[in-house]
Design a protein around this ligand. Sequence first.
Ligand code: B1M
Length: 234
Amino acid sequence: MSDEEDDIILNELNDEELVQQMHDDLYDGLKDEIMEGVNILLGRDWAPYKVLTEALVEGMRIVGIDFRDGILFVPEVLLAANAMKAGMGILKPLLAATGAPKQGKMVIGTVKGDIHDIGKNLVSMMMEGAGFDVVDLGINNPVENYLEAIEREDADILGMSALLTTTMPYMKVVIDEMKAKGIRDNYVVLVGGAPLNEEFGKAIGADAYCRDAAVAVETAKEYMAQRMHNQQAG
Ligand code: B1M
């Protein structure tokens, strides 16, 4: 870090400068600075979701571009991910404390071969905030983990996350196994992750592809309302 950067006092920056500085700090993997920045923005009455999307998610998008272009490498991106997680840790209780009525239960995990978990964690946080019980299976989940958990937890929704083009086809393995066991229609299956799209979601037999955490929440709510309606009708 240069002397010039050492001298920056985050609290003295205006909102726009601070968010810009947080993008730089995330890029540099500066966990303490990210936590400080998050706290400053919250202290300025920023909504937790706005801090999350504008300061953290946008910062990680920039990291992703330079990772793709070979300017950043795995160790640096890991540091950025750590800083992002530290910031998300501060926001988590705030996003979860909306007092929303209970909605249903979701089991979620990143698929086998894939260790990306920031997006999944974000979906979990937002779902909890919207009143869902969330059972998070973590990363690198084989089909057995999902099947065992949805049954054990009596879940309504199965959520799967994949960030790699090489791991996203595994979602179909899970859905096909659910079909083979005759349990596919007992659950709402939602999928997400940067390389996916709507066509892919349809092609593998998911109920819906969710572009981001907010869409995941809205989609889950819609399906739960539909399930409730069907139960009452039948
Ligand atoms: Co990885 N990585 N990475 N990486 N990494 C990507 C995904 C990549 C696109 C980077 C790039 O080249 N631009 C690229 C994939 C290319 C491809 O497949 N076509 C890539 C690669 C290649 C790799 C490695 C293979 C690198 C290597 O080792 N040579 C390796 C793979 C390891 C493995 O999994 N087996 C690897 C490793 C890593 C790190 C460990 C360094 C780190 C992960 C740390 C962690 O997660 N704990 C990392 C990171 C951080 C990234 C990028 C930079 C950022 C991902 C992220 O956290 N985004 C990523 C670049 C990118 O995506 N642009 C990249 C922020 C997050 C909020 O967004 O995860 O998309 P996202 O989640 C969103 C939505 O997608 C959606 O909602 C979320 C919130 O809005 N969503 C869901 C996600 N899951 C959902 C589930 C749902 C619903 C919505 O269920 C209902």
